[in-house]
Design a protein around this ligand. Structure first.
Ligand SMILES: *Cc1c(COP(=O)(O)O)cnc(C)c1O
Length: 405
């Protein structure tokens, strides 16, 4: 007889904020000294610490990662109607800023080794659209992409890379931190990221002039005059000194969060080893992920039938098999939060008419599906909260096992 499992008393989150104490002290200091606007010591310190961690020269603290990406797209000079190559399997905040500027995202399919933009498909895209000069790349779930190959393709075609490291703060590729690969890079302090300010983001660059432009644009593009003088379009995108206090307090805990997330990934890997599944992969030789989210894909032959419409999904349960919908439903029943893989951009109604480039013949005999669609179909994000105990995780593993029983 199998023992009964009870629902978790307090919800197990996908990834929730974890505060440590110093955050509150920095907020309090901002309050007590009345530095409650978008200037102050917390902002300066948070920027300095991010630069020190990532190894970039300049960081500009902004209201969100999306704002940082928007500023990056402005710096790259994207014009209306201009085509821009973008990661396909990512959160839509990666690509929306291209559209804010009137650009047209062309999506590049994903590769199976790291679940990031496929350099082979990128090369093919340049054959189709040689005029493209900007590539927006995102490191998905905290796993670095194939940076050498991607950078080589970009350089050969004279394109600049905007690097979206929103999910990968602290991850490294060949000893170099993500956020250090783009001409313009971005990180995010959104509430579900590996560390958080409750919200916030940063634009990272090695070019002083670009950092200064973003400082100016993000504070309404005021000119150096006694009155409000404007020569350029401005934005209200600067980070608050209160939010920066949280960020400043969190950065020293980045490594601790990464090791907790790594332990979670490894427990899943070990616990699920007998199932017909794979964990989200990474390049074990060249990269060190931040393990932000643990994910898995179910092998094709172990997938029960699952049909997804625009808003809902159905599946037919089958012995020895399962599907993301069934597992997510079961996790939900036990008060644990998983999530489908980020639905690829080329499958999104808003972007369905945009260009999409795949590599031909991925050698896996799945001709009907592109890689992004395949991972979306078979994959899910597992509860990855760093406050989840080993015991709680054991129960989650047991729930997943029962889905395949
Ligand atoms: C969270 C996220 C963003 C946006 O960051 P915000 O701070 O929420 O605006 C951008 N890209 C990716 C890949 C993200 O996961």
């Amino acid at each position: 007889m199998e023992e009964n499992l009870c629902p978790f008393e307090s919800k197990i989150w996908l990834s929730s904020p974890t505060m440590h104490g110093p955050e509150l002290e920095y907020i309090r200091k901002a309050y007590e000294t009345n530095w409650m606007s978008t200037v102050g010591e917390n902002i300066n310190e948070a920027e300095r610490m991010a630069c020190e961690k990532i190894g970039c020269k300049y960081a500009v603290a902004l209201s969100s990662g999306t704002a940082a990406l928007h500023m990056a797209v402005k710096l790259a000079g994207v014009r209306p109607k201009e085509k821009v190559f973008c990661s396909d399997m990512t959160f839509d905040a990666t690509v929306n800023p291209v559209v804010y500027e009137g650009g047209e995202p062309i999506f590049i399919d994903t590769e199976y080794d790291t679940w990031n933009m496929d350099p082979v498909a990128l090369e093919k895209a340049f054959e189709c659209y040689p005029e493209v000069r900007v590539v927006v790349f995102a490191h998905l779930y905290g796993t670095p992409g194939k940076m050498d190959e991607l950078k080589e393709v970009c350089e050969r075609h004279g394109a600049v890379m905007i690097e979206d490291a929103a999910e990968s703060f602290g991850a490294a590729y060949k000893g170099r931190q993500t956020g250090k690969f783009g001409a313009y890079s971005c990180i995010s302090f959104n509430g579900n990221k590996i560390i958080t300010g409750s919200s916030g983001g940063m634009l990272l660059t090695d070019i002083l002039e670009d950092a200064d432009k973003v400082r100016k644009w993000s504070t309404q593009a005021r000119e150096n005059a006694p009155w409000y003088q404007h020569e350029e379009l401005g934005y209200n995108y600067r980070m608050s000194n209160v939010i920066a206090g949280v960020v400043r307090g969190q950065i020293p805990y980045l490594e601790e969060h990464i090791s907790q997330k790594k332990a979670i990934y490894e427990r899943y890997q070990k616990g699920l080893t007998d199932l017909p599944i794979e964990m989200n992969p990474f390049d074990k030789v060249n990269s060190e992920p931040n393990y932000w989210l643990s994910c898995m894909t179910i092998r094709s032959e172990a997938m029960c039938r699952q049909i997804r419409g625009e808003q809902e999904a159905i599946y037919i349960s089958e012995k020895g098999k399962s599907c993301p919908t069934e597992i997510l439903e079961m996790l939900g029943k036990y008060n644990a939060e998983g999530r489908p893989i980020w639905k690829p951009m080329h499958m999104q109604p808003i972007y369905r008419m945009n260009g999409f480039v795949t590599r031909q013949g991925n050698g896996r005999g799945r001709k009907a599906l592109d890689v992004g669609m395949d991972i979306f179909q078979r994959g899910l994000c597992l509860p990855s909260d760093n406050k989840m105990t080993a015991k709680e995780q054991e129960q989650i593993i047991e729930i997943i096992k029962r889905c395949f029983a």
